[in-house]
Design a protein around this ligand. Structure first.
Ligand SMILES: [Fe+2]
Length: 205
């Protein structure tokens, strides 16, 4: 029995030239993210091709192959989504969030300083990602931790800020000083983009 996995190939989004001129985060670092992102896109396409030809004709080995492909698919798709958000909301001038996202932060964290402190601590504690996401069931923001591209997303929550804390995100520019990188991340955030996401998703403070 062959499984049917009809799919369209997807292509990597173009890298905005403004991302190569961030303040404190180098062109080399952004290019490192982008190469990985391109790899995740290629991997996603490749895995969906392979899934289409897995033959489950009674062989137990096919299930371990299926498991491996599906786990790898979640990693590749996570790597795509995480980086697309990361690229989308960098290139701004930081400061304090105003507007809709600022209102959500004030309501759910008490202050901008408390939100930043918690996201920074989450980024220092995690191995790959920290996200500020809106949870549609609890109707509030949380800062979630991610150890990898595919851990630990929470169902029915929408990421609005994606902080990459994999080593490639900071080592070229800051050595082992991940905290300094996280400060630079905040400094380059475009809250206009984040507010645009809040509006596009219809999130209400
Ligand atoms: Fe990255």
């Amino acid at each position: 029995m062959a499984l049917a996995y009809n799919h369209e190939e997807i292509a990597a989004r173009a890298l905005e030239p403004s991302l190569l001129e961030l303040d404190g985060i180098s062109r080399e670092t952004i290019e490192a993210h982008y190469r990985l992102y391109q790899g995740y896109v290629a991997k996603r396409n490749e895995i969906l091709d392979k899934l289409a030809s897995v033959d489950l004709g009674g062989a137990n080995q096919a299930y371990s192959e299926l498991r491996s492909l599906k786990v790898d698919l979640s990693f590749a798709i996570g790597g795509i989504k995480n980086h697309e958000l990361y690229f989308e909301h960098l290139g701004g001038s930081g400061g304090d969030p105003k507007g809709a996202f600022g209102d959500l932060v004030a309501r759910d964290f008490g202050s901008v300083a408390a939100w930043k402190a918690d996201l920074k601590a989450t980024g220092l504690a995690g191995r790959g990602w920290a996200w500020t996401a809106y949870d549609w069931d609890e109707r509030r923001l949380f800062n979630y931790i991610g150890d990898a591209q595919n851990s630990y997303p929470v169902w029915n929550a929408t990421p609005l800020v994606a902080l990459d804390v994999y080593e490639h995100a900071y080592f070229i520019d800051f050595g082992t000083d991940r905290a300094a990188y996280i400060e630079a991340f905040f400094h380059n955030l475009d809250y206009g983009v984040v507010n645009g996401l809040v509006e596009a998703y219809g999130i209400r403070a």
